[in-house]
Design a protein around this ligand. Structure first.
Ligand code: URA
Length: 233
């Protein structure tokens, strides 16, 4: 990798600011000042800027307990972004692995490993996502039995070309639904309950595959362990 790119990857400098820092003699490679931005950096080279050692960030895997009024988007908008809550170098490179709506709380995974993200989200991988939805209308008796079998069979949501994948609905109270999905379509939980004449007033994602929030409080995040990452291979 070129030295100017290495600096842009490992610091807040842009490539042109990196070049200026090099020209000022602030950058050393293996202890010697280097001013040529095209200098090739090998994995065992020791690069320092203003006396600070620099290291490339590897692939990162993070779980976040998303509060409401936080958006899973790359662009800054009305609300803070999920990545803004993650205090890691170059956090803006992390992408949410499947989005939650701004008003939905719960488990969000973030990574800069696109292939891993694909394994988590691809419907072919049948990775279970468990949601807890508070419903405006009670769901019980015959209406509940109908909803359970409709969700289990899969059905066409408005504007979609394929039926939903089989999903499991379990009620923990007349208004407290647990829904397990194996895919992640736009506003899917809210649209599924709307399709049976109900309305979701609050939504929370409890788990994705084997990962759940555990003791992580709202707004907190942590990096995944090697085993947790490997669970999605
Ligand atoms: N389904 C929704 O409707 N909203 C979410 O945030 C996630 C799943």
């Amino acid at each position: 990798m070129r030295l100017d790119r290495f600096l842009a990857e490992t610091t807040e400098l842009t490539r042109s600011l990196a070049k200026k820092a090099m020209h000022r003699g602030e950058v050393t490679v293996n202890g010697a000042v280097v001013k040529q931005s095209a200098t090739h950096i090998a994995s065992d080279d020791r690069v320092e800027w203003a006396g600070q050692p620099l290291a490339l960030v590897g692939l990162r895997y993070v779980m976040l307990h998303k509060p409401a009024d936080v958006e899973c988007t790359a662009r800054r908008g009305l609300y803070p972004r999920a990545v803004d809550l993650v205090d890691l170098p170059k956090a803006e490179r992390l992408q949410p692995v499947g989005r939650l709506d701004a008003d939905t709380t719960g488990l969000v995974l973030l990574t800069d490993d696109g292939q891993w993200a694909h394994r988590v989200t691809s419907p072919r991988k049948r990775c279970a996502k468990v949601y807890r939805a508070t419903l405006a209308e009670a769901l019980q008796g015959e209406a509940l039995a109908e909803a359970v079998s409709r969700f289990a069979e899969g059905f066409m949501l408005e504007g979609e070309e394929k039926p939903t994948l089989p999903a499991q609905l379990v009620m923990h109270g007349s208004h407290d639904a647990e829904l397990t999905l194996y895919e992640g379509r736009y506003h899917q939980v809210k649209r599924m309950f709307a399709a049976i004449g109900n309305h979701v007033t609050a939504l929370h994602r409890e788990s994705i595959g084997p990962l759940s929030l555990g003791t992580l409080a709202q707004g907190e995040w942590r990096e995944l362990s090697v085993d947790e990452v490997a669970a999605f291979s």
